[in-house]
Design a binder for this molecule. Structure first.
Ligand SMILES: *Cc1c(COP(=O)(O)O)cnc(C)c1O
Length: 449
């Protein structure tokens, strides 16, 4: 395999740990750092960090020896340190802060299963991680040492999936699925594979980053039995890209697992165009495709990590066109209240007329694109597929397809109902738009439109 130009580090305190222990993931897990005394052996704690570590009800702290070794002990603003070492700023509430900002619990048909989108589900199969990110969006459930994998919940989740045939993609997350005992993980994958309508399995995991020694040949041999299997890792800064991570990703990709990266835009960690460009370019060198860059959620304890949305747009502006297209992630705001993922991007479409669009490129070059005046769209009937999205979830695309004519906010009709007597303009039949609905008239209308 390639000789990667990435560092391999070990904090001085671990200098005498034999290689076979260091490269054993179980050793890494059982030697995680979480007390003031242990921290002091690796980095010099600030007053704020010490205060946080001694606070009651702090979101769980644990850092693998491997990952803490990547921190520059002399740099209090080290980008890795900020991600995993708590400070007292975690205890500062902010406006708009929420416990479950994505309303995942509301979208759960059974415990641990979030069915937010028509054809895919998020399955939370453990609350444990190899290390704990201070900005965790699921800090309300993650890290609880008493809540581990629940067989009873898993059976309920399977049961729901079996009777929900529109689900074709199952995303395993948590917590981190790759900290589960190998046998349990394999059982989960094989049970999901028995469900015929589930086409794709996905794992979201930061284990390759926190503990790359977990990605053994034995693990990848097991994973590749359950293809098509995709995996997203979570890297926020180039300092996390080491020889060990490169080798772990190499093992995964050689097992046929496509790798993506999801990062979170974090103040003081990666809220800079040069840091982001370096990050995405280093990721593609280890064959990981940047997938999403998330705006930080409105979650308790994470207020000090938040950036203005404009910072994300600025970063995308500095990536698109300036580097390889496949290195550019999509910038996403996961809408508070359960609205789901919303992509946000600089605008490239400046204006349009009935046959021409005005566009600008990353350099500010402004151009026109002449549209065809004799365009005949493909005959939609030819492409009618069996599977239709869940009713009510066709969204904006449904408006364009003519399934409905409007989407109304809740209570719209009540607010606008002026009572009054029945008259011509209130006859609902008058308001069936041409081209919408069944019948000859509708088809005629479509042609005329
Ligand atoms: C992110 C997420 C998914 C997967 O979304 P993709 O855009 O397909 O990667 C699915 N379900 C939930 C609840 C999610 O938050």
């Amino acid at each position: 395999m390639a000789n990667y130009p990435f560092p391999s580090k070990r904090a001085p305190v671990y200098a005498d740990v034999p290689a076979e222990q260091w490269s054993n993931w179980r050793w890494q897990l059982s030697n995680r750092i979480n007390t003031v005394e242990e921290f002091e052996k690796v980095i010099r704690l600030s007053e704020s960090e010490r205060k946080a570590l001694s606070a009651p009800n702090l979101f769980r702290v644990d850092i693998t020896p491997y990952f803490i070794s990547l921190i520059d002990p002399d740099d209090p603003a080290d980008p890795i340190r900020k991600q995993v070492v708590p400070t007292d700023r975690e205890m500062v509430p902010f406006t708009a802060m929420m416990e479950d900002s994505l309303a995942e619990d509301r979208h759960s048909p059974v415990p641990g299963l979030v069915h937010r989108y028509p054809d895919r589900v998020l399955m939370l199969i453990t609350t444990q991680c190899a290390s704990y990110c201070r900005y965790c969006t699921r800090s309300r459930i993650v890290g609880d040492p008493s809540a581990t994998f629940s067989r009873a919940e898993f059976e309920m989740q399977l049961d729901y999936l079996k009777r929900t045939p529109q689900v074709r993609d199952v995303l395993l997350s948590g917590g981190d699925p790759l900290v589960l005992a190998p046998k349990i993980l394999e059982e989960i994958l094989s049970r999901l594979r028995e469900i015929p309508h589930i086409e794709v399995l996905r794992i979201g995991s930061r284990v390759p980053v926190f503990m790359p020694m977990r990605i053994t040949d034995e693990l990848t041999d097991m994973l590749q039995k359950y293809h098509p299997l995709w995996l997203n890792i979570h890297v926020n800064h180039s300092n996390e890209i080491t020889t060990e991570l490169a080798e772990a990703c190499d093992r995964l990709t050689r097992a046929g697992i496509p790798l993506g990266n999801q990062s979170v835009l974090l103040a003081g960690v990666n809220d800079n165009i040069h840091v982001q460009r370096q990050l995405v370019q280093d990721l593609v060198r280890i064959r990981v495709r940047p997938y999403y860059l998330y705006q930080c959620d409105l979650v308790e304890g994470a207020g000090h990590f938040r950036t203005p949305v404009g910072k994300g747009v600025e970063i995308l502006e500095a990536l698109r066109g300036h580097t390889s297209g496949f290195a550019v992630p999509q910038y996403i705001i996961d809408a508070p209240g359960g609205g789901g993922k919303i992509p946000v991007s600089p605008n490239y479409l400046l204006s349009m007329s009935d046959h021409k669009v005005i566009l600008r490129n990353f350099e500010g070059y402004i151009t026109t694109y002449e549209e065809p005046i004799d365009y005949v769209p493909a005959d939609a009937a030819r492409f009618k597929l069996e599977k239709r999205p869940e009713p009510g979830q066709s969204g904006i695309s449904g408006l364009l397809e003519g399934e409905q004519m409007f989407i109304k906010p809740e209570g719209f009709d009540e607010v606008h109902d002026r009572q009054g007597i029945q008259h011509r303009l209130k006859d609902a039949k008058k308001w069936v738009p041409l081209g919408i609905g069944e019948g000859e008239k509708g088809e005629e209308g479509k042609k005329g439109a």
